[in-house]
Write a protein that binds this ligand. Sequence first.
Ligand code: SF4
Length: 95
Amino acid sequence: MEQLSIRELLAKNLYKTDPDGSHIHVNQEVARRTGAARILIEVCPARVYREKEDGTIGVEYAACLECGACLAVAPPGSLEWHYPRGGFGVQFREG
Ligand code: SF4
C-alpha cells in the first residue's frame, strides 16, 4: 500500500465553515504589544495566521485543524479560541 505524505493526508480532510463567523478572535492591541503575530504564525501547522501590511494579524479560520497549539502558546489576552459549533470545523478522514 502506498504511503501518503502529510500534505496528501491533510488534503483528504473536510472543512465545513461556520457561516456565523470565526471561532478564533485576536485582540489586536494585546497581540501588537506582546509580539503574538510571530508566535502564532510559527506554531500554527495550518497557516491560519498571517501578519497583514498594517501590522494586524489576519485569521483564516476555515483552515483550522483544531489542534489547540495556538491557544497553548498565545500571550495572555491576545487570543480567544473555542471549538467551532457542532457540525462545523474540520472532519478528519485519515486518522
Ligand atoms: S488550533 Fe491549531 S490549526 Fe487551529 S489556528 Fe490554532 S494552531 Fe492553527
